[in-house]
Each structure stands twice: as structure tokens, then as C-alpha cells.
Design a protein around this ligand. Structure first.
Ligand code: DC
Length: 226
């Protein structure tokens, strides 16, 4: 047992509800919540802001090593991330930053550096960590592992609805195509491809409400009566 509790890993493709479910589960348990994708996005933002070529392996690695992350626990359980003392907020979710994140996340050595930083954050336990390889690579010894999945069509529908609600005029077929492309890239990359850990509970959220998905996760956590 770690000092502050369990390490709970939640992996899976984008759009399966990992963040929303993970945050709710962390709040229920009194744990912290970390989205590891934010760290890849922070690296991408730095690369983008400093005009480093994402394909320049050495420059990307040097930039990765220089990143200093600090975290502040928020009321909703999430860990607010500061990069070199700065809160980057919505900048991390710009379309260009997401694209660069997906490219730099294929850099094996940069992954190792970020993985070490994630291990430092989670070492004491008491944390729900969400990403693509938390249960397989970052914390293969996590006490409980989940892999949330959903059909590409369902995820495209969710994204479509989100964008519509944000006042945009989305194209369903285009969204579906981008999701399928990104799934393919994430699952076939050589470094830490997206796949369920052998001991992960696989939960398909396609036909679940958010509340049902949260309950399905809580149910599997030892000593937690949901
Ligand atoms: O979950 P997200 O969309 O914020 O992740 C951003 C990018 O980072 C995504 O393209 C995949 C990558 N990523 C990764 O390779 N490994 C992780 N543990 C988390 C994210």
C-alpha cells in the first residue's frame, strides 16, 4: 500500500469519457486526478511556441528535459498543472497543439522523460491517472486499471454534439474520419501503443450514461461501496 492510497489507471482512446469519469471517481475517493495528455500537450505547446521542429528528435528531447512541472490540487480533485511556473490553461487545447502532441508523443525518449515525471507525481498513491499507457507503461503496478472504450461512431457523435453546443457547425463524417485516423496512429505506433493492460477492466461506454460509467468504475475499486 502506498502512503496516500491506490494508483488507479484509466486508459483508452480520446472521447470515451476518461477525464470526466476519472475526475468524478477521484472526487468520490478523495484522490487527486491527473490527465497525462496535458503533459504531452505542454511539451507540444513549448515546441510550438519556441518554433522547434517536431521531427527534430534531439531538440524535442532537450526541450522535454527542461520542462519543470508543478501541480496544485483543485477542489474538483484535478491537479492544476504549471509549466515552468506558468498555467497554460486553454492554450493546451488549441487544435495545433493537439496535432503536435500527437506527433511528439511518438518520440520514445521524450516519452521516457515524461513517464518519469508522471511516476513522481503518482508515487505516493491516492491518484487517478488518465492517459493512453498509464496501466501498461507508467504504472504497470497500479492497483486498479481500466480501459474505457467506445465505438468510433459514438465518439464522433459525442464530439459533434460538443462542437454544436459550442456554436460551431461541425461535419460528422469529417469528425469520424479524424477519430479513426488518430485511433489508428495511437494503436500502431512503435512506442507505447494504445492497448488495454492484460489486467485492466475493459468498459465499453458506448451505451452507458456518464453516471453508469462512473458506477461501473467505482464498483471495481476494492473496499469502495458505490
Ligand atoms: O488525451 P489527450 O488528447 O489530451 O492527449 C494528447 C496527446 O498525447 C494524444 O495525441 C496522445 C498523447 N498521449 C500519449 O501518447 N500518452 C499518454 N499517456 C497521454 C497522451
Amino acid at each position: 500500500m502506498r502512503t496516500n492510497g491506490l494508483v488507479i489507471a484509466i486508459d483508452g482512446p480520446a472521447g470515451t469519457g476518461k477525464s470526466t469519469v476519472g475526475k468524478a471517481v477521484a472526487a468520490q475517493l478523495g484522490y487527486g486526478f491527473l490527465s497525462t495528455g496535458e503533459m504531452y500537450r505542454a511539451l507540444a505547446y513549448t515546441i510550438f511556441a519556441k518554433r522547434i521542429d517536431p521531427e527534430d528528435h534531439d531538440a524535442v528531447l532537450t526541450a522535454t528535459r527542461k520542462l519543470r512541472f508543478t501541480f496544485e490540487r483543485q477542489a474538483d480533485a484535478s491537479l492544476k498543472m504549471f509549466v515552468d511556473g506558468e498555467y497554460l490553461g486553454a492554450k493546451l487545447h488549441l487544435e495545433e497543439v493537439g496535432n503536435v502532441a500527437s506527433r511528439v508523443s511518438t518520440n520514445r525518449e521524450s516519452r521516457q522523460v515524461l513517464t518519469e515525471k508522471m511516476r513522481e507525481v503518482g508515487a505516493m498513491g491516492g491518484i487517478v491517472m488518465e492517459g493512453r499507457d498509464v496501466g501498461t507503461v507508467v504504472f504497470p503496478d497500479a492497483e486498479v486499471k481500466f480501459y474505457l472504450d467506445a465505438s468510433a461512431q459514438e465518439r464522433a457523435k459525442r464530439r459533434f454534439k460538443q462542437l454544436q453546443e459550442a456554436g460551431e457547425n461541425p461535419n460528422y463524417d469529417e469528425i469520424l474520419r479524424l477519430i479513426q485516423e488518430r485511433d489508428h496512429r495511437d494503436k500502431t505506433r512503435a512506442a507505447s501503443p494504445l492497448k488495454p493492460a492484460e489486467d485492466a477492466f475493459v468498459i465499453d461506454t458506448s451505451d452507458l450514461t456518464l453516471q453508469q460509467a462512473i458506477s461501473a468504475v467505482l464498483e471495481k475499486i476494492p473496499h469502495h461501496a458505490s
